[in-house]
Design a binder for this molecule. Structure first.
Ligand code: NAD
Length: 509
């Protein structure tokens, strides 16, 4: 199974995994106790020094061998993803392409990103030293993930953490653990060092992972993120939190309407709206509002909702579980009761967890659908007088994950982006930032702290940085600053420090 073997690690109970599209059970995994997690953490920790010692090039061999294994098992992996999430074939297959791409990028760039840096001293006075910054991986990175991308969410962080030389203990969502278990099997099957293990279970298992980790990378809800931050504070364990969002889209009067309609429909509904950077509210300038809504409704009504097999037949699938269906239903019902209108969709289909794509108008910020994360196939559209009003409303949120601006004036889009409270802004696009690993992906406010990716920083975050000062010139027996203090020597030292740093006449005072 994983490495070390889950069966050996001991399990308290079993978790039954179901397909939300059919309600049928599709597998079971053990719900691991804290003791079992500690045992797994110990085994990964023991294997990590040899992994680190392989260096980026040795690790690249294993990461690219793993990439081959994933490509060889792509169809089966997509089946497993679909079996536990019910998502359309395309949404499952993109997760495979995503991990393949991540493995290629991080393994090929690790040597450059992890190489020692040699910054110049900040003043000529300090040039007596050669400075270095070295990157030393955390022995054990705990990664905790949600259910919306059973492969993609773990991959986003496992790959850079392993490439950095860390050992990884993954706690996947209890709703979708089967793909993660299969991933760990693959790592074992290729004979890679046992530095990647999967601990299945619910919140208590996740809490045990946090307790054992040297660094915690969490993706999930803001509520759970706060609990993890509190647990990490007790031990001063560093962490990064990628949390919920309520991403706004701003559509200006000069936008290419066809692109805006289709891009916003995709950004709001892909993965059935269960995406962290999903568009959750739309602000449209009054002069184009009615045309935008009419075209959006036409487009959304053409989308196909259902359960895919291996062939590509549907655009949207079911929601991932009953709890998610209840949230979506509540947000829409509450909006309609408060004066909103569903121009299409608006109530559950009545079959399993399926919810039709829904466009709401006449919405405002008294409604939960405009302020709370819905995480479902709902597009609330609000009419605004101008860009300033749109920006004010977009920023009226405790979340700040991502946003989008739709206009034919790219210069204006850039200026608006800088006024938005959001970790990422896409111009005339949505979601696409998730496929750009050279820029950071992180939320502001209650959407998180820290970030993943961002080129070199995406690997260095999984390392402790160590600063070194090494003499660059022959050393004296004694430095001017050392004991005993001698007034003349101290004066030379302090006057030179002040002279190099100060301005004008005061330099020579
Ligand atoms: P969740 O917070 O309920 O669970 C996430 C993970 O945390 C699960 O594996 C769960 O078992 C674990 N967990 C629960 N309690 C824990 C505890 N006390 N200690 C340690 N682990 C614990 O989230 P979810 O419902 O699975 O996922 C949906 C949420 O994820 C949404 O809010 C969504 O916005 C967010 N999300 C964010 C991003 C991002 O990059 N910002 C990406 C995807 C999803």
């Amino acid at each position: 199974m994983s490495s070390p073997d889950l069966a050996d690690a001991g399990a308290s109970t079993d978790l039954i995994v179901t397909n939300p599209g059919t309600g049928s059970p599709v597998g079971t995994v053990p719900s691991l106790s804290a003791e079992s997690v500690t045992a797994m953490a110990g085994a990964v920790r023991a294997a990590q020094p040899a992994w680190e010692a392989l260096g980026p090039t040795g690790r690249k061999h294993w990461l690219l061998t793993f990439q081959d294994w994933i490509l060889d098992h792509a169809a089966d992996l997509a089946d497993t993803i679909q079996s536990e999430s019910g998502k359309p074939r395309v949404d499952a297959e993109v997760e495979i392409s995503f991990i393949v791409d991540l493995l290629g990028y991080w393994s090929r760039h690790a040597a450059k990103f992890l190489a020692d840096r040699h910054p110049a001293p900040h003043t000529p006075l300090m040039r007596v030293k050669r400075l270095s910054v070295a990157y030393s991986p955390y022995p054990l990175v705990g990664i905790i993930t949600p259910w919306n991308f059973p492969l993609g969410m773990p991959a986003a962080d496992i790959v850079p953490a392993l490439a950095a030389g860390a050992g990884v203990l993954l706690k996947p969502s209890e709703v979708t653990p089967l793909t993660a278990v299969r991933l760990a099997e693959g790592w074992s099957e290729i004979g890679a060092p046992p530095v990647f293990a999967v601990a299945t279970g619910a919140g208590a298992t996740g809490a045990a992972v946090v307790e054992n980790a040297d660094y915690v990378q969490f993706t999930g809800s803001t509520a759970t993120g706060k609990k993890i931050a509190a647990a990490c504070a007790a031990t001063l364990t560093p962490y990064s939190l990628e949390l919920g969002g309520k991403d706004p889209a701003i559509v200006l009067a000069d936008a290419d309407l066809d692109r805006a309609v289709q891009g916003i429909a995709y950004g709001a509904l892909v993965n059935t709206g269960q995406l962290c950077v999903s568009i959750e509210r739309v602000y449209v300038e009054a002069s184009i509002h009615d045309r935008f809504v009419a075209r959006l409704v036409d487009h959304v009504e053409e989308l196909r909702v259902g359960l895919d097999g291996r062939s590509i037949e549907h655009d949207l699938g079911p929601l991932a579980n009953d709890a998610q269906l209840a949230i979506v239903t509540r947000h829409v019902e509450q909006a309609i009761a408060s004066g909103a209108t569903a121009r299409t969709g608006g109530k559950p289909t009545g079959t399993g967890t399926f919810y039709p794509p829904t466009v709401l108008v006449d919405v405002d910020h008294t409604m939960e659908c405009m302020t709370e994360e819905t995480f479902g196939p709902v597009i609330p559209v609000m009419k605004v007088a101008n860009a300033d009003e749109a920006i004010a409303l977009a920023n009226d949120s405790r979340y700040g994950l991502s946003a989008s601006v739709w206009t034919s004036d790219k210069g204006r889009a850039g200026a608006i982006a800088r006024r938005l409270f959001a970790g990422t802004v896409n111009v005339n696009d949505s979601v696409v930032n998730l496929f750009h690993y050279t820029i950071p992906h992180g939320g502001w406010g209650q959407s998180g702290t820290g970030a993943r990716w961002g080129g070199a920083q995406g690997l260095r975050k999984y390392c402790r940085q160590q600063a070194l000062t090494i003499p660059a010139v022959p050393t004296m027996k004694k430095e001017l600053a050392w004991f005993p203090y001698v007034p003349d020597k101290i004066a030379i030292l302090q006057k030179s420090m002040r002279a190099f740093a100060a301005r004008g006449k005061r330099r020579f005072g």
